[in-house]
Design a protein around this ligand. Structure first.
Ligand code: SAM
Length: 476
């Protein structure tokens, strides 16, 4: 089975024009409360669930381009059952693993991004909510001598503490060596974040509880920083945000406590669901490169065969994860300095800036339409074409790597989407199907409308891709 060939648009397209063009190719989406068990090939859905989807720990951290949980449920329930081991080689914040846990399916997630790994582990490590409530009470008690009064916070909205006061307040607390730290944070915010992390550390929780609260700290860092909370690119203080910051009251402790409380409720719901299905299915998360999935799994003694793989790999140049997560990674000690951060940036699949030594190895693909598209992009912007070439080359290797950890006839459900580069439509869905065909046979495909803006992949001017495609492959 191959994907139907779309008619190419006659001219170069802007992002919004591409969106309407894609919509026209797909036809009107069918409004459904959930994806049907056997979706018609090529169908397009608009999922409007009347009851919503259980929140569990899904919202612990605002992860860019997160998987849509109802789509994950569909994949797990269609191709697996209780006890089926599931792999997500691009686990991100662990959406697939949370849903697997709720169905009693053991799961393994791989991700290159250390923050993603921490968040996925925090979301999938079952903890009794009473213990977390008690833990939060302890943290609050330790922080209470440092709580800022309403009046002080009102005063700080338009100013900050002095450099001398900062030195006094921060005392022996540790805070990260983020380049240009006070561009990103007010001084008092640095003090308060350092105090919260000190309290989490001092409380001497076990490693899982400590990780849960550290993930809660990570989840407020962007919101209490000076940076745009919903960035257009990855991390910036835009002019609009600068104006907002001029008199913004930032209450770091309250943000942390309310966030942690909400997440404890999510953990309680997940815990209850696991008890209901009598699930003690393990969820393992490994930090590593999906292109070498088998070596990564063998390196930590995990099973190396998965009958079901459910994943949403990165889009090409859509989200700059290393930059997007920079502040959080520094604060949690996941990167220590710029060299380490730059090295990490060069390991993500789908990155915008690809070093010469990385793209030089990527030749043509023998897929005429893809090779032609890459030449056309190169005529307009060479660096863009290099990033695209590197992306498709890496994805081709990723399919090979994934196939090596699957048995024959195993199912791979992969989310993807088309995009635009230099005004040219990039038919990623079609190209990936061709690249995967050496190892996989396409069994089904459908698309759905992305409603949550945070799940849309940003393009220029904040315009996002609004249709995600699901490709269902069978391992040859
Ligand atoms: C679209 S996101 C996945 C989101 C995830 N499904 C969720 O719901 O949170 C893609 C993920 O791929 C990860 N990634 C990028 N390059 C990778 C690589 N070479 N190996 C493993 N993971 C990688 C990114 O760090 C990011 O977390």
């Amino acid at each position: 089975m191959t994907l139907p060939k779309p008619s190419s648009p006659a001219t170069a397209l802007s992002a919004p024009a591409l969106d309407s063009w894609c919509a026209a190719q797909l036809g009107d989406p069918i409004r459904v409360p959930a994806i049907p068990r056997s979706p018609a090939r090529g169908a397009s859905f608009d999922i409007r669930s009347p009851d919503g989807h259980p929140a569990y720990t899904h919202y612990l951290f605002r992860f860019p381009a997160k998987f849509h949980p109802p789509v994950v449920s569909w994949a797990l329930e269609s191709y697996g059952r209780r006890g089926t081991p599931v792999l997500d080689p691009f686990t991100g914040s662990g959406t697939v693993q949370v849903e697997a846990l709720a169905r009693g399916m053991p799961s393994v997630g791989i991700d290159i991004d250390p923050l993603a790994c921490l968040v996925a582990r925090a979301k999938t490590t079952r903890l009794p909510s009473d213990e977390l409530v008690e833990g939060l009470g302890l943290i609050e008690a330790m922080l209470s001598p440092f709580r800022r009064e309403e009046q002080e916070l009102e005063g700080l909205a338009a100013t900050d503490i002095s450099a001398a006061q900062f030195e006094d307040d921060v005392g022996g607390l540790s805070y990260p060596a983020i380049p240009n730290l006070f561009h990103w944070f007010r001084r008092y915010v640095v003090v308060d974040l350092a105090r919260i992390l000190w309290a989490v550390d001092r409380a001497r929780f076990g490693p899982n509880t400590s990780r849960f609260f550290r993930a809660c700290v990570a989840s407020i860092i962007r919101r209490v920083s000076n940076a745009d909370p919903y960035p257009v690119s990855a991390l910036e203080v835009s002019r609009v945000q600068l104006a907002r910051n001029a008199d913004r009251q930032i209450c770091v402790f309250d943000s942390f406590v309310s966030r942690a409380r909400r997440q404890i409720e999510g953990m309680r719901a997940l815990h209850d669901q696991c008890a209901k299905v009598d699930s003690c299915a393990p969820a393992e998360v490994v930090c590593g490169d999906a292109l070498r999935a088998r070596d990564v799994l063998m390196g930590v003694d995990l099973p190396i065969e998965y009958p079901l793989v459910v994943t949403s790999p990165p889009y090409c140049t859509a989200v700059n994860y290393s930059r997007r997560h920079k502040l959080e990674m520094y604060w949690l000690g996941l990167v220590r300095d710029q060299d380490q951060h730059i090295d990490l940036a060069h390991s993500y699949l789908g990155r915008r800036w690809v070093r010469r030594r990385d793209w030089e190895a990527c030749g043509d693909f023998g897929v005429p339409e893809l090779d032609r598209t890459l030449s056309e992009v190169a005529e307009r912007k060479r660096p863009r074409a290099r990033a695209l070439r590197h992306y498709f080359w890496s994805m081709s290797r990723a399919f090979g790597g994934i196939s090596r950890v699957m048995p024959k006839a195993g199912v791979l459900s992969c989310a993807t989407g088309d995009s635009v580069s230099c005004g040219l439509p990039i038919m990623t869905t079609r190209f990936l199907t061709e690249l995967a065909s050496e190892h996989f046979q396409l069994r089904n495909h459908f698309s759905y409308v992305l409603r949550n803006r945070y799940m849309q992949y940003p393009l220029r001017n904040g315009k996002g891709i609004r249709h995600e495609h699901i490709l269902v492959f069978e391992r040859r």
